[in-house]
Design a protein around this ligand. Structure first.
Ligand code: GAL
Length: 713
């Protein structure tokens, strides 16, 4: 009897315990519904939360009653429902290319190459969304998830859509109002997380910190990179690097495409003896010129690879391009596969990888009927393969106390901290910018790479966007395009590339803020203060609703897919081929032209006609942008730079400048410094800047400082 009572007690307790929300970190709430799968996104990424930073943020209140969240396990599935307000907008659900507002969308989250429609199939279909009401939801599942993001209506809803008469009612709509996000998870349970704000940016920061904080790239990772033709040999690569130098064009790393290997698709992972007889010497020579090497790979192993026999037992039942597919959840696979990379590439000097084809298409990849030796389903493998290759390859560099920064074609929830940037073959410039915006709601990085262009105008416009992105890349593997390939705009392109280098202290500090505080370096406008205020209002006053007197109010209600924030102070509004002018929505506060320091407007929609040589960039009032001389390669650990600190606007400002050796993980042992740059206003109205010294024995790469008061010179 006693045993029975104890049993009943524990049984009931476990039921209750399972269904309780628990604050696992400050502002991060978790609930376990039913019996979740053993393997999920957080297990695949396996990165601890940045607890100190989360603690610094403190907790926060829920914007809705947790009891409004419905969770049910029914017929082998888990059903989830989250409430939505009338005015609420939601962002996220991964790397979408055409939409920023996700409310109303139906998505089937599935890792895939983006196919031209925002339907959930994309390179990083992260099951995380951010609400304009200041909270976020993360579904920790490595399954294909069905998401009805405010697109379905229930008959028991407290806010049901009105039944209208299509014959006579002009307000009849084919998409009636929905008051909930509903999700179907094809498992008998799932872990759910809710992230508290109060602002959408704080929600994103919390999610990013919970998943390990953003990566801190090596300094060279933020310089320029070019990818060369797949059949280039060592001589040709060296010539390419020399040509960049000769033309005065910056270059920090060069990417070799499939032909560095003896065979590819499937891959041997062995240097081709004809094209690269002495890889180590070749990389040394490049390194002397300040240029590093990134290798293209996909993970599918050729029968001719030296690791083929050994790894075969640890691979899937199906092949990809006749190559065997490693099961990266197994320790043995990791050992065999990555050990080869370590000994045959990294030891010889390779500084990073471009890990291709871990996303889709269905026709290329293993089918869902595939069996993996670990017993993990093909579906779960598909959702997490990108995460695992990022994690495991990055670990090789970490073991050598070297940072890396590379490219990958798939990621997912939990992958925030991996030093990889997502890319694809889709190549629509406008949609590339929308993807850059969406990357900020999903804890991933995205590059709007430039490959080729039909006209000089398009080339310049694309290069301008590339400069204001996480990876400044030309991916000319097939076109052979060089930065100077269009003589009409060669000078302007060069100027942009050098601007990227000049802004290195800013970019590096902004990435440090991503790493330490979770603030994405490139962000959608919806994460901006003073942008939300108006878009969130339930009702507009007559004045506000009057478009003639307030175009701003209306504009911010619309989806903004073509402008974004770059770092703390910059607003970037890219131009696309064929455009001479465009509108820009300026959030609350005064804004200034990045190039001239002139006042451009505040809390309004402006039209700009920038000319071909400029990408419109605006600076917040009081903004401080630390710049350096236009070097052709990122400064090394011992190099000193000359800072030029620019201040904009009519009010004082402050900026935190980050510094460390730029290459190793020694910063984790405290070898870094934050310096405070302050610009004060004196009695006579003049501005005066100062910068704190680096602490004793802490990194200090500054040689000299000059100040530029852009608005008040
Ligand atoms: C594609 C990839 C390209 C390029 C190419 C080489 O899948 O997206 O960037 O690397 O493979 O074959």
């Amino acid at each position: 009897m006693r045993f029975l009572l104890i049993f009943i007690y524990f049984f009931c307790f476990s039921l209750i315990a399972q269904e309780q929300w628990e604050e696992v970190n400050p502002g991060v709430w978790k609930i376990t519904v039913g019996t979740p799968d053993e393997f999920d996104l957080l297990k695949a990424s396996n990165v601890p939360p940045k607890i100190e930073a989360l603690t610094r943020m403190g907790g926060g209140n829920f914007p809705f009653d947790l009891s409004e969240v419905v969770t049910e396990v029914r017929s082998n599935h888990t059903y989830l429902r989250f409430p939505l307000d009338r005015q609420e907008q939601i962002y996220g659900f991964g790397l979408n290319f055409k939409t920023v507002h996700q409310r109303g969308q139906i998505l089937h989250l599935h890792v895939d190459h983006y196919g031209g429609r925002d339907n959930g199939r994309t390179h990083a279909p992260v099951p995380f969304y951010v609400s304009s009401n200041g909270y976020g939801v993360f579904i920790n599942s490595a399954r294909y998830l069905d998401i009805y993001a405010g697109s379905a209506a229930r008959k028991d809803s407290e806010n049901p859509p009105e039944a209208r008469d299509r014959n006579t009612d002009r307000n009849w709509t084919s998409r009636p109002y929905s008051d909930a996000v509903e999700v179907l998870v094809p498992s008998e349970g799932v872990e759910l997380y809710v992230f508290v704000g109060p602002s959408p940016l704080e929600v994103v920061r919390r999610y990013n910190l919970f998943t390990g904080g953003g990566p801190l790239p090596p300094r060279w990772g933020l310089g320029f990179t070019q990818r060369v033709h797949k059949l280039f040999n060592a001589e040709q690569v060296l010539e390419e690097a020399a040509l960049f130098e000769e033309k005065g064009f910056p270059l920090d790393f060069i990417g070799l495409e499939p032909g560095w290997q003896s065979k590819s698709y499937p891959n041997t992972f062995v240097w081709d003896k004809g094209r690269f007889p002495e890889p180590e010497k070749f990389m040394d020579k490049l390194k002397e010129k300040g240029v590093r090497v990134n290798l293209w790979v996909n993970p599918y192993v050729s029968p001719e690879s030296p690791i083929y026999k050994e790894i075969r037992p640890y691979t899937a039942s199906h092949t990809v391009w006749a190559g065997i597919v490693p099961d990266f959840t197994l320790e043995k696979t990791k050992e065999i596969f990555w050990d080869h990379f370590d000994k045959n590439h990294i030891e010889q000097g390779v500084s990073g990888y471009k890990i291709d084809e871990v996303d889709g298409y269905d026709r290329y990849l293993w089918p869902d009927v595939t069996q993996f030796p670990s017993g993990i389903s093909a579906e779960q493998m598909r959702q997490t393969y990108g995460l695992m290759v990022q994690k495991q390859s990055a670990a090789l560099f970490r073991a050598r106390n070297k940072r890396t920064y590379g490219l990958v074609r798939a990621s997912n929830g939990g992958g925030t901290s991996f030093p990889y940037v997502i890319y694809n073959d889709y190549y629509n410039h406008e949609d590339f910018i929308t993807a850059l915006i969406n990357s900020s709601f999903s804890g991933v990085l995205w590059t709007p790479e430039a490959r080729a262009s039909k006209t000089p105008e398009e080339w310049l416009r694309r290069m301008q966007s590339v400069v204001f992105s996480p990876m400044a890349m030309i991916n000319a593997w097939s076109s052979g395009t060089k930065p100077w390939s269009f003589p009409e705009v060669a000078e302007e392109v060069k100027e942009m590339a050098l601007l990227r280098m000049q802004m290195m202290p800013y970019w590096y500090s902004e990435f440090a803020k991503y790493h330490f505080d979770g603030t994405p370096p490139f962000r959608g406008m919806s994460l901006e203060d003073g942008y939300q205020i108006i878009s969130q209002k339930n009702t507009l006053t007559d004045d506000e609703a009057n478009l003639e007197t307030n175009p701003y109010a209306e504009a911010v209600r619309k989806e903004v897919k073509d402008q974004y924030m770059a770092g703390e102070y910059l607003l970037v509004a890219p131009m696309f081929a064929g455009e001479e002018s465009r509108t820009v929505i300026l959030p609350r506060g005064k804004w200034y032209d990045f190039y001239t320091g002139e006042f451009v407007g505040q809390e309004e929609v402006i039209t700009v006609t920038p000319g071909l040589d400029k990408i419109p960039v605006f600076v917040k009032n009081g903004g401080i942008i630390p710049m350096m001389e236009p070097l052709l390669h990122a400064p090394g650990p011992e190099d000193k730079i000359n800072l030029e600190i620019k201040h904009y606007g009519d009010k004082p400002g402050e900026y935190l400048l980050y510094d460390d050796d730029g290459e190793t993980f020694d910063y984790e042992q405290g070898h870094y410094s934050w310096r405070t740059i302050t610009v004060e206003q004196k009695g006579n109205g003049m501005f005066k800047g100062s910068i704190t010294k680096a602490e004793k024995n802490k990194p200090d790469n500054i040689n000299s400082v000059v100040w530029k008061y852009m608005t008040n010179e």
